[in-house]
Design a protein around this ligand. Structure first.
Ligand code: MTE
Length: 319
């Protein structure tokens, strides 16, 4: 379990927001009972409501926020996935064309044991956990989603990085035939993201296969993506095909397109404004009014346990 207080005595809001297992499970049982009705109202995932979870995972309460879950319908119809269009509604409309099986991920670069794994091998690499994470988009909105996956550190253990591996690069699928947005020049394809290796090794960094008890819907990054809850949402690359351990800091798609707006680190930070808007507050999708930003954004999105990763760094410079 994550510690309650950091060594310098600052409160760690994430740890204080843990949902006790009993509470979560009784809430879940209750939700199952009302699920069919809720699904009819569009408030919940219909398959889960009718059949129970399709991707079995054990809840990790130590890594789960207490916040109310975003409705499944909102989480799956208000998306950023530029390979399927730049409008929030487009990924849900067009991502049906994405073929998620067969799927392989190649893990290569500065590792002693490079490997190419198919989806089933990846799924079996470590026990699946359910973790309720807040995800804060750089645009000023946030969601709370019960994700399913395991810590990316499990991959690091398996492939044994060499001493030269300082960063991890995530490369995602860019196939014009399946992804209508890849023809556009809005970003450089493939969509690429990166982390410092110690960030990738932090237990919060989740290699993610599912959400709301089921596999990921295509528009949310099927069949496998990252979820990095302390960073702006764009760091969490969807539909990953290649993971490269590298010596030098990788270039990333958003940094290439607007370097003064999107830095390599992109940690959620209410004190560092985006050049075109403030990051001090946010709007929780489905809860706060459509236009108004209602809640204060927390440093590292409330996941203060990651603070030691950035000790001594000027986070205004390394935005
Ligand atoms: N991954 C790819 N491949 N393409 C994208 O356009 N958008 C990012 C991120 N991952 C994106 C991506 C952005 S800006 C956000 S906010 C999150 O995905 C959104 O994830 P969600 O749709 O599951 O909420």
């Amino acid at each position: 379990m994550l510690i309650k207080r950091s060594p310098n005595g600052i409160d760690l809001p994430f740890s204080s927001e843990i949902t006790p297992r009993e509470m979560y499970e009784s809430r879940r049982n209750f939700m199952k009972q009302v699920a069919v009705g809720a699904a009819a109202l569009g408030g919940m995932h219909e398959a889960f409501a009718q059949n129970g979870p399709k991707l079995a995972a054990t809840l990790n309460p130590a890594f789960s926020a207490m916040d109310k879950h975003t409705a499944y319908k909102d989480a799956t119809t208000y998306n950023n996935y530029y390979e399927f269009g730049t409008d929030k509604s487009e990924p849900a409309i067009y991502a049906g064309s994405l073929k998620t099986r067969p799927w392989t991920v190649s893990i290569e670069g500065e590792v002693k044991k490079p490997m190419t794994l198919d989806l089933d091998a990846l799924l079996k690499l470590a026990p699946l956990e359910e973790r309720v994470y807040r995800l804060r988009c750089v645009e000023g909105w946030s969601m709370v989603i019960p994700w399913i996956g395991y810590s990316f550190s499990e991959i690091i253990k398996k492939v044994e990085p060499t001493g030269n591996a300082k960063y991890v690069e995530f490369v995602t699928l860019a196939d014009k035939k399946q992804m209508p947005g890849v023809g556009s020049r809005v970003l450089q394809w493939p969509y690429t993201e990166g982390l410092r290796i110690d960030e990738a090794n932090h237990p919060l960094a989740l290699l993610t296969f599912g959400m709301y008890g089921d596999v990921l819907p295509n528009q949310n990054g099927a069949p496998v993506r990252m979820v990095l809850p302390w960073k702006y949402g764009f760091k969490s690359a969807k539909s990953i095909v290649k993971i490269r351990f590298v010596k030098d800091q990788p270039r990333t798609s958003w940094n290439l397109s607007a370097p003064n707006e999107y830095g390599f680190y992109s940690n959620v930070n209410p004190d560092v404004d985006h050049p075109r808007w403030s990051q001090a507050s946010e709007r929780r999708i489905g809860e706060d009014g459509f236009l108004a930003r209602k809640r204060k954004t927390l440093m590292f999105n409330g996941y203060a346990d990651v603070a030691p990763l950035y000790a001594g760094m000027d986070l205004k410079k390394f935005y």
